[in-house]
Design a protein around this ligand. Structure first.
Ligand SMILES: NC(=O)c1ccc[n+]([C@@H]2O[C@H](COP(=O)([O-])OP(=O)(O)OC[C@H]3O[C@@H](n4cnc5c(N)ncnc54)[C@H](OP(=O)(O)O)[C@@H]3O)[C@@H](O)[C@H]2O)c1
Length: 238
């Protein structure tokens, strides 16, 4: 896809991987709708880019996906790409884990991905083209003790992405996942030092590394689809 003037919605755009994707796709000439809860951060990012608009909100709210699609169409007149990227990571031993946080994670990492996907794919089907990329994880391909619930959310994203890709083959719509290993972002801010040391034991990618991968997926010619791109730190022993 030639990215010049194409329009993308990016969820989880206020920080980390989503922010880096926004900066990279802006540099490629795309027009962007940025969403997350933190209005200040979003507006600051949007004003630093060439053609970006911020719309703050909680992505698990059922009406949010349609609002985002409508906003993209009203603002830029088209919608070509959706990056389903917002997510959180809660892990821990059975005795310690915060069950409410686990259930909120499931709503964000799984339910909101489904809601967003089905809403945008109906639009893509109407216009006969579009590209949906879901942010999965290495944790969507391999399990780790104490990571079970997070693993489950990302395995769900992988399965959903793969089934959609097959369902939509031949329609002009592409579906793919980006599966990062450890990336240096705010995802681990609430973790204790021992868990942070474990997750970064093989080093960490920078958000810009994942943004480059996403752009690579998007920039393939029409007849090429990369269904999943797994990117890990060279020294991560996985
Ligand atoms: N970092 C890693 O090592 C890693 C590895 C593999 C996969 N991933 C995945 O990459 C994605 C991005 O994570 P990140 O590492 O960039 O972490 P991050 O910097 O914490 O970014 C998470 C983003 O999601 C948004 N968000 C969180 N809860 C939300 C909610 N309820 N409604 C709307 N937006 C919400 C956050 O913005 P607000 O707080 O402003 O809402 C933020 O923009 C996630 O899906 C994560 O699972 C990360």
């Amino acid at each position: 896809m030639n990215l010049q003037d194409k329009v993308a919605i990016i969820t989880g755009a206020s920080s980390g991987i989503g922010k880096a994707i926004a900066q990279d796709l802006d540099a490629a000439g795309m027009r962007l709708i940025l969403t997350a809860r933190s209005q200040d951060k979003l507006e600051q990012l949007a004003s630093s880019l060439n053609q970006a608009k911020a719309i703050a909100g909680v992505i698990t709210e059922p009406e949010m996906p349609q609002q985002l699609v409508d906003f993209a169409l009203e603002t830029f007149g088209q919608l070509d790409v959706v990056l389903n990227n917002a997510g959180v990571m809660t892990v821990g031993a059975i005795e310690d884990v915060d069950l409410e946080a686990i259930c909120q994670m499931v709503r964000l990492n799984v339910e909101s991905v489904y809601r967003m996907a089905y809403t945008v794919l109906r639009h893509f089907k109407k216009v006969g083209s579009g590209f949906l990329i879901n942010t999965s994880s290495l944790a969507g391909l391999k399990t780790v003790p104490q990571y079970g619930a997070y693993n489950g959310t990302k395995f769900a994203v992988e399965a959903f992405t793969d089934a959609l890709r097959m369902e939509l083959a031949g329609t002009g719509i592409k579906v793919a996942s980006i599966a990062p290993g450890t990336v240096d972002t705010g995802l681990y801010d609430h973790w204790n030092q021992e868990d942070k040391d474990y997750i970064t034991s093989g080093g960490a990618l920078q958000p810009e590394d994942i943004a480059r991968c996403v752009r690579f997926i998007l920039e393939q010619p029409d007849h090429v689809l990369i269904p999943r791109l797994l990117a890990v730190p060279t020294n991560q022993p996985v």
